[in-house]
Design a protein. Structure first.
Length: 767
């Protein structure tokens, strides 16, 4: 019940105001009905009505003295209200007419409902101003009490309620409308505390106060916790909740959960006080078992206080919905395309398992949130069976039924055979249907190699190191035509020992001797290399200055300028490339673009096979490479011709590809970074985290901390008889120390970046 102090002698028009909103027309609200008016004294009336609208902003009170038509008296801005106490000047024995209507809309654009029927009421005739008496108090709920007293006045403007903790000295006052009862609002009192109360009337204008009532005390009831929490799984990874509300004092509810791998409860966002159920809370791991507890909260001042929790309730989430309708189609000689349907709303990806029919073990491949996938790297002319299941993290659905697919005939021999420069090479071309071959061609052989069409072999000696793509094409009697690329990548030969050999070294007992290794070994197929250190490990890059001199020179400009320090891998699409060299990040400077030295002329020719490093370019601009580079995670032969061909200027040895693969296996997402005043979108950016977060955390970037020259050869020493002499490395020198008289040898091994080694022996005498 609300109070308004009114004067019928001076009718006021008080209109609402809008704030921060454009004025718009709204439909008028539905009209209120059942207006009732009761005189409470010579200066107060209680109005009650039925609210039939759901969109009103407030009420217009219309009133007049006598039987005349009521006019606007007050604008009462309180939606959903159904009662109001009007305090007027003293109008003893006078009859007043009242109406009320609802309104909404902004100032000057209000829409009004029809008014209620006119209702009349006569103010009480006699004026009394006695003090209230017989005050009683009762705790009615947690943190709230009900006050009642005898009203001995017909002219009060209202009452002053005073309360305090019984042990306190200072009283707190609050006003109440004319009447004989009052509920002290919940926010004023705290549960389980003892309070004292007293009441006095307020009369006249200016106000004067009556004597106090008797003083009463009551202890408030404890803040009541909800009970009967019921949790039900709904949909995938969702739960519904309902409970019994045992309080009217709450400001809201806090629901807490503990997941399958959690050690403590975590609160969800609070829920409002007018609810006892939640139809759906998503986010749980499908098939996971969770624990829940609920409590109510309220505010005492700015402090939030809580009830106890409901008993803990356990519930298991519904399982992930499995995909259906798996179909295999569009077979090639090395792939089959799968399609399926999925009713899951929460699946983040799918796992495909496949095997040759008759095989025991399945292979698996994971996909993103797709409904079609081409399974490649299959053997030609084989029948495979496939099955698919959905997943969220490590939680999987059941599998679909199996679908079978037959690959077309094609090549089955290794298409990336090892080849050593200058060594005899023999390669047999094999197919899935050798008796059905009607024609086979081999084109693009490098110098030193020839094709024998009778034996279907390639043989000879590769004269120049590099990577070469040879095109194989075969036609079968069933009409199938298969074209494949045979990629010949020279991995080089092992290092060689340069003449002259080291002669006998005499080592006195009192003076160690140093033997330089410079000029004693050579790696003929590696002239320059760099070592890339990342937050995920170290890998080397063997450069091709003879094949791509301009590109290697350009790359070293950035290495020498330390441009790649604090850069990061900004693109890593799965099973494609790992790309960097575009941006740096530090805590002090944030994100920055790497300053470039201008573009470099394109030098295509070497194939973009797994392990090669190439320059990134702007689309449609063949000669646009600057600082950015990428490592090919798989054979990407389409890059050999796309955009003028992407320049391969080096390769990562097989040992370093483990690091590159680990980076490519990281989760990726699309993010925007701010570089200066610009927002730069980055796609497939890898993050060093179990899953890619919604907001990029720079601490999870895969950083390149340094790119420096790498030694072409590394050395190790092994004394054959350490009782005569010992040996240690000092850079590229061997330091030999005599132990006792005699003769022995020191084994010196040189290892190149491919892990290939050669050894020679230093004869040692200790005179």
């Amino acid at each position: 019940m609300s109070r308004r102090s009114l004067s019928l002698l001076s009718v006021l028009t008080v209109c609402g105001s809008s704030f921060g909103m454009a004025a718009t027309e709204v439909p008028a609200p539905a009209a209120p009905t059942d207006l009732k008016v009761k005189a409470l004294g010579i200066n107060s009336f209680q109005l009650t009505w039925k609210d039939n609208s759901t969109n009103e902003l407030g009420w217009e009170i219309l009133a007049a003295v006598g039987k005349t038509t009521p006019k606007r008296y007050r604008m009462y801005v309180k939606p959903n209200a159904t009662s109001l106490v009007l305090v007027t000047n003293e109008l003893a024995g006078k009859t007043l007419s009242f109406q009320i209507r609802a309104y909404n809309g902004a100032t000057a654009l209000e829409k009004f409902s029809k008014p209620t029927a006119i209702v009349s009421a006569t103010a009480l005739k006699s004026k009394t101003t006695g003090a209230p008496t017989n005050l009683v108090v009762k705790s009615i709920e947690d943190g709230s009490v009900h006050l009642g007293w005898k009203d001995n006045s017909t002219a009060e403007a209202g009452y002053v309620i005073e309360y305090k903790e019984t042990s306190a000295k200072k009283w707190t006052a609050m006003s109440a409308d004319p009447g004989i009862q009052f509920n002290v609002p919940v926010p004023k009192l705290e549960p389980t505390k003892k309070y004292s109360f007293r009441v006095r009337g307020a009369v006249g204008n200016p106000l004067k106060y009556t004597a106090y009532t008797n003083q009463v005390s009551a202890t408030t009831v404890a803040f009541q916790a909800p009970t009967g929490l019921v949790v039900q799984p709904v949909a995938e990874g969702e739960f519904s909740f309902k409970w019994k509300d045992n309080t009217t004092a709450e400001a809201g509810y806090e629901l807490q959960y503990k997941g399958p791998d959690d050690t403590k409860f975590t609160p969800l966002d609070p829920y409002s006080s007018d609810t006892t159920s939640i139809p759906s809370v998503p986010g749980a791991t499908p098939n996971g078992t969770y624990q829940f507890q609920l409590r109510a909260f309220r505010f005492v001042g700015s402090t939030k206080t809580y009830t106890g929790f409901t008993p803990v309730v356990s519930a298991k989430a519904n399982p992930l919905i499995a995909p259906t309708d798996l179909v295999s189609s569009l077979p090639t000689d090395t792939s089959v395309t799968l399609t399926w349907k999925s009713a899951s709303k929460v699946a983040t990806g799918y796992q495909i398992q496949y095997r040759e029919v008759g095989a025991t073990d399945f292979k698996s491949v994971s996909t993103g949130k797709v409904l079609t996938y081409k399974v490649d790297k299959l053997v030609s002319g084989k029948t495979y069976e496939f099955k698919v299941r959905s997943n969220v993290g490590e939680e999987y659905s059941t599998f679909t039924g199996t679908a079978q697919g037959l690959t077309k005939h094609g090549f089955i021999s290794e298409l990336n055979p090892p080849i050593l420069t200058g060594n005899q090479f023999l390669y047999s071309i094999q197919t899935s249907f050798p008796t059905g071959i009607t024609n086979m061609t081999v084109t693009g052989l490098p110098a030193g190699l020839v094709y024998n069409s009778t034996s279907r072999t390639i043989s000879g000696k590769l004269t120049t190191a590099g990577t070469y793509t040879v095109t194989l094409k075969v036609t079968f009697s069933d009409g199938t035509v298969s074209t494949r690329s045979l990629v010949l990548t020279s991995v080089g030969t092992k290092p060689i020992i340069l003449p002259p050999h080291i002669t006998v070294v005499s080592v006195p007992l009192t003076k160690p001797q140093t033997v330089p290794l410079t000029g004693r070994f050579a790696d003929l197929d590696t002239h320059e290399a760099v070592r890339v250190t990342t937050t995920k490990g170290v890998f080397d890059v063997i450069l091709y200055p003879d094949s791509t001199p301009k590109t290697v020179e350009n790359f070293f400009k950035y290495v020498d300028a330390k441009s790649y320090e604090n850069s990061f891998i900004h693109r890593s699409p799965a099973n494609f490339v790992v790309q960097g060299g575009g941006y740096t990040h530090t805590t002090a400077d944030g994100f920055k673009s790497i300053p470039t030295f201008g573009t470099v002329v394109n030098e295509p020719g070497l194939s973009n096979v797994r392990g090669t490093i190439a320059m990134a370019k702007v689309g449609g601009q063949p000669n646009s490479a600057t600082s950015q580079f990428f490592v090919n995670v798989v054979d990407s032969l389409g890059l050999d011709s796309d955009n003028g061909g992407f320049t391969v200027f080096g390769r990562v040895p097989s040992s370093g590809m483990t690091v590159v693969d680990n980076i490519n296996d990281l989760p990726t997402a699309d993010y925007n970074i701010t570089v200066g005043a610009n927002v730069v979108p980055l796609t497939d950016l890898p993050v060093d985290a179990p899953t890619a977060p919604a907001v990029l955390d720079p601490a999870q970037l895969v950083k390149i901390t340094s790119v420096v020259d790498a030694p072409i050869l590394t050395y190790s020493v092994l004394p054959q008889d350490s009782s005569i002499a010992t040996a240690v490395l000092d850079g590229t020198n061997v330091v030999i120390t005599a132990v006792s008289k005699g003769s022995t040898t020191i084994q010196v091994t040189a290892t190149d970046l491919d892990g290939l080694s050669v050894s020679q022996y230093i004869p040692v005498t200790v005179p």
